[in-house]
Design a protein around this ligand. Sequence first.
Ligand SMILES: C[S@@+](CC[C@H](N)C(=O)[O-])C[C@H]1O[C@@H](n2cnc3c(N)ncnc32)[C@H](O)[C@@H]1O
Length: 270
Amino acid sequence: MTGKAESYGQKIFSHSAANERQRLAALSDVLDPVTFSVLAALPLREEPRCLELGAGTGTVAAWMAAHLPGAQVTATDLDLSLITAHRPDNVRFVHHDITSDRFPAESFDLIHGRYLLHHVPDRDRVLGEIVRWLAPGGTLVLEDPAVFPLHAARDPLYRAVCLGAVEVLAQRIGSDCVDWALDLASKAGDLGLTDVTVRVTCPTVSHDNAPGRFWQLTLAHLRPGIATLPGLGSREVAEVIARISRPDFLDLSMATVTTIATGPAGPADP
Ligand SMILES: C[S@@+](CC[C@H](N)C(=O)[O-])C[C@H]1O[C@@H](n2cnc3c(N)ncnc32)[C@H](O)[C@@H]1O
């Protein structure tokens, strides 16, 4: 995935864009319950060295610091300006571009990245780098969206506009909301990771829930781009945003695919 004129945050999803703080907060509200339950169930060593990639608002980093005994957490992002979560002493926030910056090999016992890699160029190479940073027997947890449930959404206009948003992201910044998350388990196996498991979560969208807020804010942000697609205009996007606010609206959202895997074992003891 190369040659895109634009990358994440330059225009689309810039942290200084109107309502981006609220959009990422809604995303955390959608995703945190599953992430926290997955992380809480991991068989981690005491005092794990944790890496939170593309931390966004920082809620996962703050959770790791508070709930994993003795954790030392490194939280990264291209842009740390929207870290709103509590900043405990055992979290180090680092400006870091996952596509070019490195960490030493085998330096983390837990690495987590959510809604990051599907947006990143050259993501297969980046995944290989991330695996190198994982200590032998460490745990990798990657979470990314998969669009397939939206194809079964009941409301045709909502379905077309949301799929339009996915298309805009693919065209403008090379995001893959279709295959990346679904292929991750086999890619993890190819990289020598073991005990690979996958959990798929599919929320619904309504007027009073976090997925509804997330979609309204995302569609409002991407409205100019969606309006350039064949058969869609600004008016259709506005209609869907309004429709989600109706008390009787209920439809499918994207799925989140959570892939959990164990780092390659180190050399056997002599
Ligand atoms: C969709 S948000 C997800 C935020 C957070 N992980 C969550 O799930 O709540 C993607 C985050 O990845 C960051 N990001 C995008 N490209 C990046 C890169 N190349 N290196 C590091 N962070 C990046 C963005 O700044 C943004 O905070």
